[in-house]
Design a protein around this ligand. Structure first.
Ligand SMILES: [Zn+2]
Length: 198
C-alpha cells in the first residue's frame, strides 16, 4: 500500500520535472524548433495526416463529434464572410438557386402528400377493422424493391404515380400489413377494383 503511494508520488514528481524540463527546452530552442519544422514541413504534415486518419478510423463517433464542433466554431468565427459568400453565390447563380428551391419545395410537398395518403389508407383500414398498418418507410422500401414499377402495366415512376394496392382487398379480409401491399398505378388500381366489383 505504502509502496504504491510512493511510486505514485515518484511518478508525479518525475512528470512535473519532465514537463518543466521540456517546456524550458522548447522555450530556449524556439528558433531551432521552428527551423526543424520548416525543414520537415511536408514530412510532419504527412505524419499528422496519417495519424489523424488512423485515429478517426479507430474513434469514428468521437471524430464525428469533434468535426461537428469544429465546423460550428469555424462558422461562428467566419459568419459574416460565409453570409457574404452565400449572398454573392446566390446573386451569381440566381437561376440555379431558384430551381433548387423550387425542386426542394416540390419534393417536400410531394413527401407530405404521400404521408397523408398513407395516413388515409391506415385510417380506412382501421375503420373497417382490418388488421395492420403501414409506415412510410415500409412503403418507400417496397416501391424501391419493385424499382418504382407498377405491377399491372409495368410502367415506371415518374411516368405514372404509384398507389397502395392491397393484394387481397381489405373488404375480402385482406390485412393492411406491408406483405399484402403492391404498388399499382392509379389506372391499374381502379381497373382492378372494377373487376373485383363485377
Ligand atoms: Zn399500371
Amino acid at each position: 500500500m505504502r509502496d504504491k503511494q510512493k511510486k505514485k508520488d515518484y511518478y508525479k514528481r518525475w512528470l512535473r520535472d519532465h514537463q518543466f524540463y521540456h517546456k524550458n527546452w522548447r522555450k530556449n530552442n524556439r528558433e531551432k524548433l521552428r527551423r526543424y519544422r520548416e525543414k520537415h514541413r511536408e514530412k510532419i504534415r504527412e505524419y499528422q495526416r496519417k495519424y489523424h486518419k488512423e485515429w478517426r478510423k479507430k474513434n469514428p463517433e468521437k471524430a464525428r463529434k469533434i468535426n461537428r464542433i469544429c465546423r460550428k466554431r469555424w462558422y461562428q468565427k467566419n459568419k459574416d464572410k460565409c453570409k457574404k459568400w452565400l449572398r454573392a453565390y446566390q446573386r451569381k447563380n440566381r437561376e440555379k438557386v431558384n430551381a433548387y428551391q423550387r425542386n426542394y419545395y416540390k419534393e417536400r410537398t410531394e413527401r407530405q402528400k404521400e404521408a397523408k395518403r398513407l395516413k388515409d389508407n391506415n385510417r380506412v383500414a382501421l375503420k373497417i377493422k382490418a388488421e395492420g398498418f403501414i409506415t412510410i418507410e415500409e412503403w418507400e422500401r417496397l416501391k424501391r424493391k419493385y424499382d418504382y414499377t407498377c405491377q399491372g402495366c409495368k410502367k415506371k415512376e415518374p411516368e405514372i404515380k404509384l398507389t397502395i394496392d392491397h393484394i387481397i382487398p381489405l373488404t375480402k379480409n385482406g390485412t393492411n400489413w406491408i406483405a399484402n401491399i403492391q404498388p399499382l398505378c392509379k389506372s391499374c388500381n381502379s381497373s382492378k377494383s372494377n373487376n373485383l366489383l363485377k
